[in-house]
Structure formats: structure tokens, C-alpha cells
Design a binder for this molecule. Structure first.
Ligand code: ADP
Ligand code: MG
Length: 249
């Protein structure tokens, strides 16, 4: 899978500083079509910052972002979305005055196909994430779990080649986590490149083909899930805490 192909997306030697504080240091990462990659690490490690830089919401202090062989470092977020890079937000940000369906329709218009109607319908994406019965409800009426699913539907509706999922499973019930894991596996099988930031380790271990561990802005591990999860430095930096969290709630 991964080894045979060129990466769809590469972050190359990314550096990001906020004032004097360097939060990403010389960070390189490849995402491949048909691979589900989990990016894990403690709070404050720089995961969301990296997503912001890949999606174009933030400018890196150094390094570049390549997408399908093209340097997109200077493109604006909507241009990247149009090329096929989608992301969800850790704190979901629906248009609360619009219905659930309308939220997905807006996302479609910003997506890779734009006004071209050849892609799947907005209703299709709601069905896919299990929100079809809420299509005409105002987005403001959704529970946290349903909002997370709407985030996912909005990202999918842009018909991305790469999808960045930032803690989409936080706050979901165990059943909902399983549903989202099943969707991620389907997308992977449809050759999307998937990058998930996730604290729900059960989900990470069940969907990730590869795990990278970010700690204080640097990658400290990159490999197969079982192998990475058993490394002492990973357990020390992250997994001990995550397992405690899992036990607590
Ligand atoms: N806009 C910002 N301005 C200043 N510091 C920020 C900003 N965004 C993130 N940070 C800092 O960058 C570090 C990494 O944050 P973040 O990328 O959100 O981590 P994670 O998603 O891994 O929890 C943290 O120390 C955070 O406080
Ligand atoms: Mg974050």
C-alpha cells in the first residue's frame, strides 16, 4: 500500500513558532492514498497546528506542503479545499442557522467539484454518517455526537483526496465510535488518504494502518500500530496518559 506509491500529501520540514515558542520543529510527514494514518500525541504536541498548516488556515514559519506533486504552501484554504484537502475541526463549527442538509450543501460548493453536480448528493453524505433523519433539523439542535458526524459529512461532501480528522470521536458513544471507524475503513478502501488525530486509542488501534507520534513538536515514532504502541518512549510520552484517560471515562 504505502510503500508502492507516491504520497498524496507531504509536509516537508515544517516549522511553526508562535512568538518565541516553537511548537513544530522540522516535522515531515507523508500521507498516502488508501492509508489511514493516525497522528497521536499529548495535548499541546502541535497536532491541530499541523492540520491548520496543511489546510492553509495557518502559515508555517518554515518548510513546505506538497499535494499531488505540487507545492501548495502559499495557497489559501479554499484553494486547498478545491484541490481535495478537507479537514474537520476539533470544536465543530456548523452554520447554526442552517439545516443539517444545508450545511452539507454549503460544503459541497467549496469542494473539489465546486458547482459541478457530478458528485454524490448532500443527502448521500448524511446517510453515510447516519444523520439522514436529521436532515431538516437546524444544526443548532444537534447533540455533540451528531455535530461531530456533521463535521465529517461536511468534510466528505467536498469529495476530498485527503481528509484530516481532528478528534472526531471525542464525545461519541462507543456505538458511534464504531460507526465512525467503519466509515473511515470504507473511505480508506475507496483510496482516500486519511489522517486522524484521535485520543480514543481503541479507535486508533482499530482503524490506523500506521501511527506517528508527535511530542513537543517533533515526531518521535512512525510505524505499525502495535509496534509503535509498545515502544517505551511512546508509552512514556503519551500512551500511559491516554490509557489513564480511557480508564477514567
Ligand atoms: N494561535 C496560537 N497562538 C499561540 N499559540 C498557539 C496557537 N495555536 C496553538 N498554540 C500553541 O501551540 C501548541 C500546540 O497546540 P496544538 O497544535 O493545539 O496542540 P494539540 O492539537 O496537539 O493539542 C500549544 O502550546 C498551543 O498553546
Ligand atoms: Mg488539537
Amino acid at each position: 500500500m504505502a510503500a508502492q506509491a507516491e504520497p498524496v500529501l507531504s509536509a516537508e520540514r515544517i516549522r511553526k513558532a508562535f512568538g518565541g515558542l516553537e511548537v513544530l520543529s522540522d516535522l515531515s510527514l507523508n500521507a498516502y492514498a488508501g492509508e489511514s494514518l493516525a497522528l497521536i500525541g499529548p495535548n499541546g504536541a502541535g497536532k491541530t497546528t499541523l492540520f491548520n498548516i496543511i489546510a492553509g488556515a495557518m502559515r508555517a514559519s518554515g518548510g513546505r506542503i506538497m499535494f499531488e506533486g505540487r507545492d501548495i504552501t502559499r495557497l489559501r484554504p479554499h484553494q486547498r479545499c478545491h484541490l481535495g484537502i478537507a479537514r474537520t475541526f476539533q470544536i465543530s463549527q456548523p452554520f447554526v442557522d442552517l439545516t443539517v442538509l444545508e450545511n452539507v450543501e454549503v460544503a459541497q460548493r467549496f469542494g473539489r467539484l465546486g458547482r459541478d453536480r457530478s458528485g454524490a448528493s448532500a443527502g448521500h453524505w448524511l446517510e453515510r454518517v447516519g444523520l439522514a433523519r436529521w436532515r431538516d433539523a437546524p444544526a443548532s439542535s444537534l447533540t455533540l455526537g451528531a455535530r461531530k458526524k456533521l463535521e465529517l459529512a461536511r468534510a466528505l461532501a467536498t469529495e476530498p483526496r485527503v481528509i484530516l480528522l481532528d478528534e472526531v470521536m471525542g464525545g461519541l458513544s462507543p456505538e458511534e465510535v464504531d460507526e465512525v471507524c467503519a466509515i473511515i475503513r470504507e473511505l480508506r478502501n475507496e483510496h482516500m488518504a486519511i489522517v486522524i488525530v484521535e485520543h480514543v486509542m481503541r479507535a486508533v488501534m482499530s482503524v490506523a494502518d500506521r501511527i506517528v507520534v508527535l511530542h513537543q513538536g517533533r515526531l518521535i515514532a512512525d510505524g505499525l500500530p502495535r509496534e509503535v504502541a509498545s515502544r517505551p518512549e511512546v508509552i512514556e510520552a503519551y500512551l500511559g496518559g491516554a490509557l489513564d484517560d480511557a480508564a477514567a471515562g
